[in-house]
Design a protein around this ligand. Structure first.
Ligand SMILES: C[S@@+](CC[C@H](N)C(=O)[O-])C[C@H]1O[C@@H](n2cnc3c(N)ncnc32)[C@H](O)[C@@H]1O
Length: 456
C-alpha cells in the first residue's frame, strides 16, 4: 500500500478538479446532475455572468453570487405545528426551492427552481432573450427568468395557474404595506374570504368577522374593476389594491386547500400562519432585489393551449417546460376548490388538459401521445433555429404497467418517446441528464432532463 498516494488523493477536493480554485460551489449541492449543471454553467458563463445569474456557485473570486445572497439567511418560515420532517426538508433545500416567491403555493408537479435557473444558463439564455414555458403551472420559469433579467412568456390551460403565476410575479415588486396591515386584522380578513370564497371542509371553529369587512369589499370591488382595465392605464393605487387583494386571496386558497387535506388543523390558524409566511417570503426577496439592485424582467402570463400557441413563428430564444407525466396527476381534481371558486367549468377544461382527456386509462395514454406531438410541433414552430428546447419528464411506470399488463420496468420511458417524436419536428437531442425526485411523497423516483436543439 502506498499510504502517501492515498493521503495525497484524499487531500484533493472534487470541485478543485472540475473548477478553478476561486469558485465555491453552493452549499448542499449533492446530486450528480447538480454537479453537471455547475460544470456547464462554468463553461458557458463569464465570471461576471456567474456572479449575476449562476445557480450552483456561492462565490466567484471575492464576490458572493446573487443566488447565494438571495437565498442565504433564515430559511422559509413554517408554522410551528409543521412536522420536523417538513422543517428539515425546507432547511436542506433553501438554495434549491426555498427562496423568492416559489414557496407561495405548493403546486403539485412544480419545478425545482434552482435547476431551472441552471438550465436557462446552460441553454445560453441571457438578458435580452425571451424564454417560453408553454405549460407554466405555478410559474417557476417566469419567476426565475424575471430575477435573471430574462423576458418570458408563460401559458397554461388552467385559469388558476394563470392567477397563481401572476401573483407570484407581482409579489416580487408589489408594495407590502397593505398586506402587512391585513395581518393586524387577520380575523376579519379570514371571515371575509370565508364568506366570499367558501369554507374549506371540514369546517371547525371559525372566528366571526366584523369591522373590516366593508374595507375588504371596497378592496375587492376595486380589484375587480382594475382587473378589467388595461394594466398600463392603472394608477399606482389601483395596482396596489389589485396586488394586495390577489396576495391575500392566494394565501386564503392555499390555507383552504391545506385545511381540506388535514382535518385536524384549524382553518383560521392555518390562514394566519400561511399569511405570516407569505409576508416573510415577500419581504426577504424584495430586500434581496433592492440590495442587489436587480431589475426584474417583464413576464407575460397567459391562459392558453400548448397545442396551439398564440405566438409568431421563430420568435422565442428558448423553451423550458415540464408536461404532465401522462395521467399521473389529476390537476383538476387537485385544484377543484380553487377552480370552483373561480367559476370554472371543470368538465370543459378537462377536454383541454393534456393527460386528462379520454374515458379510460389506455385512451388517456393514446390522447396524451397525440397531444404531445402537437405540443412539440408548436414548440418547433415558435423557436428560433439553433435554439434549445428543454423538457423535464418522468414516467408513471407503475400506473402504465398496470394499464398494459406488463411489469413497470418494461414500460417505455416518456423521455424516449418524446425524443423520438421531437426528431420528427426538427429537434436533435444534445444532452440527456437524469435526477432523483426529492419530493416528500412521490412514487416516481427519477425524472429526465432532455435538451433538444432546433435544427437550422
Ligand atoms: C407538470 S405541470 C407544470 C408545472 C410547472 N413546471 C411548475 O413549475 O409549476 C404541467 C402543467 O401543464 C398544464 N397543462 C395541461 N394541459 C395543457 C394544455 N393543453 N396547454 C397548456 N397547459 C396545459 C397543467 O395545467 C399543468 O399546470
Amino acid at each position: 500500500m502506498n499510504a502517501e498516494t492515498v493521503v495525497r488523493a484524499l487531500g484533493r477536493n472534487l470541485a478543485e478538479g472540475l473548477f478553478p480554485a476561486d469558485r465555491q460551489l453552493i452549499p448542499n449541492l449533492n446530486d450528480i446532475y447538480e454537479l453537471e449543471l455547475a460544470f456547464y454553467e462554468n463553461l458557458v458563463l463569464s465570471d461576471v455572468e456567474l456572479v449575476r445569474n449562476a445557480a450552483y456557485f456561492a462565490q466567484v473570486g471575492n464576490h458572493y453570487t446573487h443566488h447565494f445572497r438571495m437565498c442565504a439567511g433564515e430559511s422559509l418560515k413554517l408554522p410551528d405545528h409543521s412536522s420536523s420532517r417538513l422543517k428539515s426538508f425546507f432547511e436542506k433545500n433553501i438554495f434549491r426551492t426555498g427562496y423568492a416567491t416559489h414557496g407561495l403555493f405548493p403546486y403539485r408537479g412544480k419545478f425545482h427552481p434552482q435547476m431551472i435557473k441552471g438550465l436557462m444558463n446552460v441553454m445560453g439564455l441571457k438578458p435580452g432573450n425571451k424564454v417560453l414555458d408553454p405549460m407554466m403551472g405555478s410559474g417557476t420559469v417566469l419567476v426565475e427568468a424575471s430575477l435573471m433579467g430574462i423576458e418570458s412568456v408563460g401559458i397554461d390551460a388552467s385559469p388558476f395557474c394563470r392567477f397563481m403565476s401572476q401573483t407570484k410575479l407581482d409579489v416580487l415588486t408589489m408594495s407590502l404595506t397593505r398586506a402587512k396591515g391585513a395581518l393586524t386584522h387577520v380575523e376579519d380578513v379570514f371571515a371575509y374570504f370565508q364568506k366570499k370564497v367558501g369554507k374549506p371542509l371540514p369546517s371547525s371553529k371559525h372566528p366571526r368577522g366584523h369591522s373590516s369587512e366593508n374595507a375588504m369589499n371596497v378592496m375587492e370591488e376595486t380589484a375587480e374593476y382594475c382587473a378589467k382595465k388595461d394594466p398600463r392605464s392603472l394608477t399606482d393605487m389601483d395596482r396596489d389594491t389589485l396586488h394586495t387583494y390577489h396576495f391575500l386571496l392566494l394565501a386564503y386558497l392555499d390555507s383552504a386547500g391545506y385545511a381540506e387535506r388535514s382535518a385536524r388543523k384549524n382553518p383560521f390558524d392555518l390562514f394566519r400562519a400561511i399569511l405570516e409566511r407569505y409576508l416573510f417570503v415577500a419581504e426577504k426577496i424584495q430586500k434581496a432585489i433592492t440590495d442587489l439592485e436587480m431589475i426584474p424582467a417583464p413576464a407575460a402570463v397567459r391562459e392558453g393551449d400548448a397545442r396551439a400557441l398564440s405566438l409568431e413563428d421563430n420568435t422565442i430564444d428558448g423553451i423550458l417546460f415540464s408536461p404532465p407525466y401522462s395521467f399521473a396527476i389529476d390537476y383538476l381534481a387537485n385544484d377543484s376548490f380553487h377552480l370552483n371558486f373561480m367559476g370554472i367549468d371543470s368538465n370543459a377544461l378537462r377536454e383541454r388538459m393534456i393527460g386528462l382527456r379520454g374515458r379510460n386509462l389506455s385512451e388517456k395514454y393514446r390522447y396524451y401521445q397525440e397531444d404531445m406531438g402537437r405540443v412539440l410541433s408548436e414548440c418547433s414552430r415558435v423557436l428560433r433555429p439553433g435554439c434549445f428546447c428543454t423538457i423535464i419528464v418522468g414516467t408513471n411506470s407503475n400506473q402504465l404497467g398496470k394499464v398494459f399488463g406488463v411489469s413497470p420496468d418494461q414500460v417505455q420511458g416518456l423521455h424516449e418517446i418524446l425524443i423520438d417524436m421531437g426528431s420528427g419536428f426538427g429537434f436533435k437531442p444534445v444532452k440527456t441528464m437524469n435526477r432523483p425526485i426529492i419530493g416528500i411523497s412521490n412514487t416516481m423516483r427519477r425524472e429526465y432532463i432532455l435538451i433538444l436543439q432546433k435544427q437550422s
